[in-house]
Design a protein around this ligand. Structure first.
Ligand code: 6PG
Length: 255
């Protein structure tokens, strides 16, 4: 199922996304006894993560049965202000008392980015077991159509010095990428992200209008189009869509 959820404003978007995340986690724990959640960085999810922390505490979710992974990371240490993991720790993971054993770091910023990038998906499998699909992947969209660190025109950097243009069908689950001007990034790849039970895109701001429409329409030239979970939800706001919302077909819900 692919649907668009249109929220009244940014705060309503954060609240709806946090509520969906709590429900997804609760369902996963009931069915599989554990929940795997992939978190993204950027600005859009900040309030969502704050509200998610409140929801996790309110619902008394057993945090020792979670696994928090990161859809992508900048090549900086966790202490760096631009670290996605650092942001998630400050806003969400510390607020819920997430045990260290439930937080799977990319360990970015030291060592070899190519080695780190190529290893992360295996480490997820090691932590989650053979059923390593994310129950929920929270993803943003850039104005250029990127998601995670899958940037248009970027190259996967592979052990042995080879490069591969990113694409929907690259045969890897995680990798280091170089995308100017972003520089070194670490990212989960479509092949793994598409195992998500729910892929939740959160997009807010008029600058996202066109990339959101193209992601929905599966325009092949933007990476956000390559990501489809078992269910895929594009959660946005009325202001983002503007006065003349594109034709999203039947699967539109107002929250
Ligand atoms: C990152 C994110 C990235 C983000 C988009 C949207 O490392 O920055 O993973 O993919 O989701 O760039 O960012 P905003 O939410 O700040 O618009």
């Amino acid at each position: 199922m692919v649907e668009v959820v249109i929220c009244a404003d940014a705060q309503a978007l954060a609240a709806s996304a946090a509520g969906l995340a709590v429900d997804s986690i609760t369902d996963a724990l009931a069915v599989r006894g554990r929940a795997v959640v992939a978190l993204s960085g950027g600005r859009t999810p900040l309030e969502l993560y704050r509200l998610l922390a409140i929801g996790v505490r309110r619902e008394r979710i057993p945090v020792d049965r979670m696994l928090w992974i990161f859809a992508d990371e900048r090549w900086v240490p966790v202490s760096h202000p631009e670290s996605n993991e650092g942001m998630a720790r400050r806003i969400l993971l510390e607020a819920i008392g997430a045990p260290e054993s439930t937080i799977l770091s990319w360990h970015a910023g030291s060592g070899d980015p190519v080695e780190r990038g190529s290893r992360y998906a295996d480490e997820i499998r090691g932590a989650a077991g053979p059923d390593d699909a994310p129950d929920l992947s929270i993803l943003g969209i850039g104005a250029d159509g990127h998601t995670a660190s899958l940037f248009p025109g970027a190259f996967l950097k592979l052990p042995g010095g080879t490069s591969l243009p990113i694409g929907r069908d690259v045969p890897f689950n995680s990798s280091a990428v170089v995308a100017e001007p972003a520089g070194w990034r670490l990212t989960l790849c479509p092949r793994y992200l598409n195992t998500s039970r729910i892929a939740l895109f959160v997009a807010e701001g008029a600058g996202k209008r066109e990339s959101l429409r193209r992601a929905w329409k599966e325009s092949p030239d933007i990476p956000a189009s390559w990501i489809r979970g078992c269910d895929t939800i594009f959660m946005t706001t009325r202001e983002t869509l503007g006065d003349a919302p594109p034709d999203y077909g039947g699967n539109v819900r107002f929250a």
